[in-house]
Design a protein around this ligand. Structure first.
Ligand code: B3K
Ligand code: ZN
Length: 873
C-alpha cells in the first residue's frame, strides 16, 4: 500500500465552497445526492484533473452544471471519481451515490447501530457517503436534507442549526434540513436518524445567546444522561471562563450509540458518542465511569474551538487538535476535581500507554512524518504526549503568556486549517522567544532518559545537581538530539522544615530548562543537606533516574510540598523493590519492611487529607508497569509473584490502618459521584484489596459482604474485583449472580467480561472462550470485543503472555476474525503485541510466530497490515 508523507503535502487543486446533501435513509439502499460548488484553487496546479475520493461507493449519476455526464466524460471506481478536464471556473457537480448502512460493519461512513442511522467520518469516512475531496484542508459550508420513514426514524439530526422540517411528498415520510454556517472539513460532517429519547437544557452563553443543549439516547435510558448533560454545561462555562471561548450555534446535540469504534466524535454541533461515555446511573456506572464521561464530554465540546473552528491542514497535524484538546480536558477535570490526584492519574495513563508505545516497534513522533493508514495514528503518543507538549509550553512561558498565545492562535487561525508551526508561532510572537528547539518535541520519537546526581558540599553550603539526558533510538530515528526539558524542582529538608536555596538557573516559577546533553546547576546557601524534589507535577514526559537511597526518597513521601512527588517517591521505591524481586535480585527483608513501614506511617499521619490521594499512594505499580521498567527478558510470572508478595507484605504490615480505613470510610447516605466521595470509596476499596492479599479468608468474607450489600456499582464491582483474586466457590457464586443481575445491561456486562478476562490463572483462556458464547457477546460490537478480548490481551499479563503461546495464538485468531468485519477494531487489538520484543526468549519466539501467522494471511486490511508489519520490523 502507498505511503503518505508529510513532505509531499501540497494544497488541493480544487476547493469546494458549498455542499448540499440530500439523503434518503433506507436500511440497505440509502441514496445520497451531493451538490458541490467547486472552483479551482488558486494555490493548486492549473491543469490538474478533478479527483474525488470514494470508498465502497455505488455511483448512480454525475452531472456538471446541470448536464448529466456520459461515461466518457468521467471515470468512476468504488474509490475514485475522476474528471480529467473539469472547467477552469467555478462549477457545480451533482453526484448521486447509493450505500448500504446495514451492511457497513466497519462503522465508518453511514452505518446502523441498534437500528438507528449514524455516521463516523473522521478520518476518511465521508468518502464512504459520497465522492469528495476528503481532506481536512478543504472547508465547505454544508446544508443537509435528511428524509426517512416517519415511524422507523422519528428523529433526524444534522450539523449546525435546524432550518426546516416537515412532511415529505410521501405522507409516511418526513424530512429535516440542517445548515451549518461554519466552513468545515468533511471529517466533521455527521447525521443521525433514529428512534431516540431526549434530555435537554437551556444554556445562555457569556454574551447572552440562548443555546439548546440536548442529549439523545436509547428510549428509556433518558434518566442515565443527566450527568453527561451537567458535564456539558460545566464544560461550556469553563471554556468561557478559562479560555474565553464561547459556543457558536443555536443547538448543541449529543447522540449516544452502542456501536462505536472509539470514545466519541466532535462533529460540528452534533457530537456522536459511544454510549459508555454518556450513560451513567449509580446502579450501572462506577466512579471511574463518571470521571471518564465528564472528561470525554468536555473533550469533544472543547474541540469546537480546537479542532473545528481551527482545524488541521493535513492528518500529520493531528496532535494540533488532539494534544491540545486533551490538555484542555485535563485542565478542566483538574479544576473540577483534585488537581494532584488528576495529575497522578494522567501520568499513570501516560506511562502505561505512551511510554510503552514509545519503547515499542510502533514508536512514532507526536507529529508523524509518514503513514500507511491514518486511523492507526490516533495513539497515546499523538494524544497524551501531544498534551504533555502543550503543558510543557505553558510551564516554560508561564500561564499569562500561554493564555495570550492561545488568544493570538484563535485570532489568527479561526476558520483555517492550521499546522503545528502556526500554533508555535503564536507563542513565539507573544513572548519573543525562539521556540525552534522546543519544537523538537513534535519531531523526535522516544522517551528521553534523564539521569540526575546530587552533591552536597557541607563546607561551601552548596548543593549541585548534575543532569544528563539521552533518548534511545526508535524506528526510523537512530540518532537523537537533546530535548528542551522543563524541570520544575525544589529542595526539601529531611525534617520538613523550610529550606532556603538560591539558584539563578531556576526561574521565578521554580523551573530549570534543561536543553543540552548535560548540564549542572548549583544552589547556594543550602544547609543542612537537602533532598532534591525533581520534575514536580511531572513537568516533562521523561524517565528519570536519580541516585538517591530509598530512605531519602521516602523523606519526600513525608515532607514534599508537591503532592505528585510525594506519590512518585513511594512509587519509585516500590518499583525498585518490585524489579529486584521480579528479576531474582535479592531484597533484604529490612528494605521491604522499611517501605511497608513508610506506607504505614503515611497512613497513620494526618499529613494527607485527601483519601483519593492516599489510595494512589498505597497502590503498587501494575504488573505491566513493572514489565516496562524491566524492559528486557521479561518473565510475567515472576513479576506476578513479586507483586503479590509485596501486596501481602503491605496488607499484613499495615493491616490496622487498612482495617480502620475500611471501617470508617463506609458510604453513608445516597451515592454521589463527586470527587471527594469517590476518593473515600477508592481508599476503602484499595484497603480491601491489600487486606485480602494478606488474609484471603478475611478478604473473602469482607468482599462477599460488600458485594451483597453494595448500594452502587463502584463498591459492587470493586468487591467482585477483589473476589476474582481469590479462587474458589465464593468467587464463582458472586460472578454468576452478577451476570444474572445485569443480563440486560450490556455496559455492565462489559465490566464483568473484563474482570473475568483479567484473572491471572491458567483456566482464564478457556473462560474467555466460553464467555464468547454468552448471549450478550458479539464480535460486531467494539465495546464487547474490547471488554472481553482486549482486556485479556492488555490487562492479563500472565495469561496473554503464557509461555506455551496459547494466549498469543488466541489473539491472532481473533484479530483475523475481527479484521473481516471491522479493521480498525482488529488493528487496535493487535497493538497488544507491541510488548513482544521485551519478553524472555520462549515467549518472544511464540509471539513472533503468532505475528507471522497474521502477516502471512492474504487480504489483510490496510489497518492490520500496517500494524503487523511495523510490529515485526
Ligand atoms: N476525533 C475523534 C477520533 C476519531 C478517530 C478516527 N479513527 C475523537 C476525539 O479525539 O475526540
Ligand atoms: Zn479529540
Amino acid at each position: 500500500t502507498p505511503i503518505v508523507r508529510l513532505e509531499d503535502y501540497r494544497p488541493s487543486d480544487f476547493l469546494i465552497d458549498r455542499v448540499e446533501l440530500d439523503v434518503r435513509l433506507h436500511p440497505t439502499q440509502t441514496r445520497i445526492v451531493a451538490t458541490l460548488a467547486i472552483r479551482p484553487n488558486p494555490e493548486g496546479r492549473p491543469d490538474a484533473p478533478l479527483v474525488l475520493d470514494g470508498d465502497e461507493l455505488n455511483l448512480n449519476s454525475v452531472a456538471l452544471d446541470g448536464r448529466v455526464l456520459t461515461g466518457e466524460e468521467f471515470e468512476a471506481s468504488p474509490h475514485a471519481l475522476t474528471i480529467a478536464q473539469p472547467p477552469r471556473q467555478p462549477f457545480t457537480l451533482t453526484v448521486e451515490t447509493e450505500v448500504n448502512p446495514t451492511a457497513n460493519t466497519k462503522l465508518m461512513g453511514l452505518y446502523r447501530s441498534s437500528g438507528n442511522y449514524c455516521t463516523q467520518c473522521e478520518a476518511e469516512g465521508f468518502r464512504r457517503i459520497t465522492y469528495f475531496l476528503d481532506r481536512p484542508d478543504v472547508l465547505s459550508v454544508y446544508t443537509t436534507r435528511i428524509e426517512a420513514e416517519r415511524d422507523e426514524v422519528p428523529v433526524l439530526l444534522g450539523n449546525g442549526n435546524l432550518v426546516e422540517s416537515g412532511a415529505a411528498d410521501d405522507p409516511n415520510r418526513h424530512y429535516a434540513v440542517w445548515r451549518d454556517p461554519y466552513p468545515k472539513p468533511s471529517y466533521l460532517f455527521a447525521l443521525v436518524g433514529g428512534r431516540l429519547g431526549r434530555v435537554a437544557k437551556a444554556f445562555k452563553t457569556m454574551s447572552g445567546r440562548e443555546v439548546e443543549l440536548a442529549i439523545y439516547v436509547e428510549p428509556g435510558k433518558e434518566d442515565r444522561a443527566g450527568y453527561a448533560l451537567d458535564a456539558l454545561e460545566r464544560s461550556m462555562r469553563w471554556d468561557e471562563r478559562v479560555f474565553g471561548r464561547e459556543y457558536d450555534l443555536d443547538v448543541f446535540n449529543i447522540v449516544a450509540v452502542s456501536d462505536f469504534n472509539m470514545g466519541a466524535m466532535e462533529n460540528k454541533g452534533l457530537n456522536i458518542f459511544n454510549d459508555k461515555y454518556v450513560l451513567a446511573s449509580p446502579e450501572t456506572a462506577t466512579d471511574m465511569d463518571y470521571a471518564h464521561i465528564e472528561a470525554i464530554i468536555a473533550h469533544e465540546y472543547f474541540h469546537n474551538w480546537t479542532g473545528n473552528r481551527v482545524t488541521c491542514r493535513d492528518w500529520f497535524q493531528l496532535c494540533l487538535k488532539e494534544g491540545l484538546t486533551v490538555f484542555r480536558d485535563q485542565e478542566f477535570s483538574s479544576d473540577e476535581r483534585s488537581r494532584p490526584v488528576h495529575r497522578i492519574a494522567e501520568v499513570k495513563t501516560l506511562r502505561a500507554r505512551q511510554f510503552l508505545e514509545d519503547s515499542s516497534p510502533l514508536a512514532h513522533p507526536v507529529r508523524p512524518t509518514q503513514y500507511r493508514e491514518i486511523n492507526n495514528f490516533y495513539t497515546a503518543t499523538v494524544y497524551e504526549k501531544g498534551a504533555e507538549i502543550v503543558r510543557m509550553l505553558k510551564t516554560i512561558i508561564g500561564a499569562d503568556a500561554f493564555r495570550r498565545g492561545m488568544d493570538l492562535y484563535f485570532e489568527r487561525c479561526d476558520g483555517t486549517a492550521a499546522t503545528v508551526e502556526d500554533f508555535l508561532n503564536a507563542f513565539a510572537d507573544v513572548t519573543g522567544r525562539d521556540l525552534s528547539h522546543f519544537a523538537r518535541w513534535y519531531e523526535q520519537a522516544g522517551t528521553p532518559r534523564v539521569s540526575v546526581k546530587g552533591h552536597y558540599d557541607e563546607a561551601a553550603r552548596t548543593y549541585r545537581l548534575d543532569f544528563a539526558q539521552s533518548t534511545p533510538p526508535t524506528p526510523g530515528q537512530s540518532t537523537k538530539q537533546p530535548m528542551a526539558i522543563p524541570v520544575a524542582l525544589g529542595l526539601v529538608s529531611h525534617d520538613g522544615s523550610p529550606l532556603s536555596a538560591a539558584c539563578d538557573r531556576v526561574d521565578e516559577r521554580g523551573v530549570f530548562l534543561f536543553d543540552k546533553a548535560s548540564d549542572t546547576i548549583t544552589f547556594a546557601e543550602v544547609s543542612p543537606k537537602p533532598v532534591p524534589s525533581l520534575f514536580r507535577g511531572f513537568s516533562a514526559p521523561v524517565k528519570v533516574s536519580l541516585d538517591l537511597p530509598n530512605e531519602e526518597l521516602l523523606v519526600l513521601l513525608r515532607h514534599d510540598t508537591d503532592a505528585f512527588n510525594r506519590w512518585q517517591a513511594a512509587q519509585t521505591v516500590a518499583m525498585r523493590l518490585l524489579v529486584a524481586l521480579s528479576t531474582g535480585g535479592s531484597v533484604a527483608d529490612a528494605e521491604a519492611d522499611a517501605f511497608s513501614a513508610a506506607l504505614c506511617s503515611f497512613m497513620g499521619s494526618d499529613a494527607f487529607t485527601d483519601p483519593a490521594f492516599a489510595a494512589l499512594v498505597i497502590t503498587l505499580p501494575s504488573e505491566a508497569d513493572i514489565a516496562q521498567e524491566i524492559g528486557k527478558d521479561v518473565d510475567p510470572d515472576a513479576i506476578h509473584r513479586a507483586r503479590s508478595a509485596m501486596r501481602r507484605r503491605i496488607g499484613a504490615g499495615c493491616s490496622q490502618h487498612l482495617r480502620r480505613f475500611y471501617e470508617s470510610l463506609a458510604d453513608s447516605g445516597p451515592y454521589s459521584p463527586d470527587a471527594a466521595s469517590a476518593g473515600r470509596r477508592a481508599l476503602r476499596n484499595a484497603s480491601l484489596d491489600l487486606l485480602a492479599a494478606a488474609d484471603p479468608a478475611e478478604g473473602e468474607a469482607l468482599a462477599t459482604a460488600q458485594f451483597d450489600s453494595a448500594s452502587n456499582m463502584t463498591d459492587r464491582l470493586a468487591s467482585l474485583g477483589v473476589l476474582t483474586t481469590l479462587p474458589g466457590q465464593a468467587r464463582e457464586d458472586a460472578l454468576a449472580r452478577f451476570g444474572e443481575r445485569y443480563r440486560n445491561e450490556p455496559l455492565v456486562l462489559d465490566k464483568w467480561f473484563t474482570l473475568q478476562a483479567a484473572i491471572p490463572e491458567d483456566e482464564t483462556l478457556e473462560r474467555v472462550k466460553t464467555l464468547m458464547q454468552h448471549p450478550a457477546f458479539s464480535m460486531a460490537n467494539p465495546n464487547r470485543v474490547r471488554s472481553l478480548i482486549g482486556s485479556f490481551a492488555m490487562l492479563n499479563q500472565v495469561q496473554f503472555n503464557r509461555a506455551d503461546g496459547a494466549g498469543y495464538r488466541f489473539l491472532a485468531s481473533i484479530v483475523l476474525r475481527a479484521d473481516e468485519l471491522n479493521p480498525q477494531l482488529a488493528a487496535r487489538l493487535l497493538t497488544a503485541f507491541s510488548t513482544w520484543r521485551m519478553m524472555e526468549n520462549t515467549r518472544r519466539g511464540q509471539a513472533e510466530e503468532a505475528l507471522r501467522s497474521i502477516a502471512q494471511k492474504p487480504n489483510l486490511s490496510r489497518d492490520v497490515g500496517d500494524i503487523v508489519s511495523r510490529s515485526l520490523d
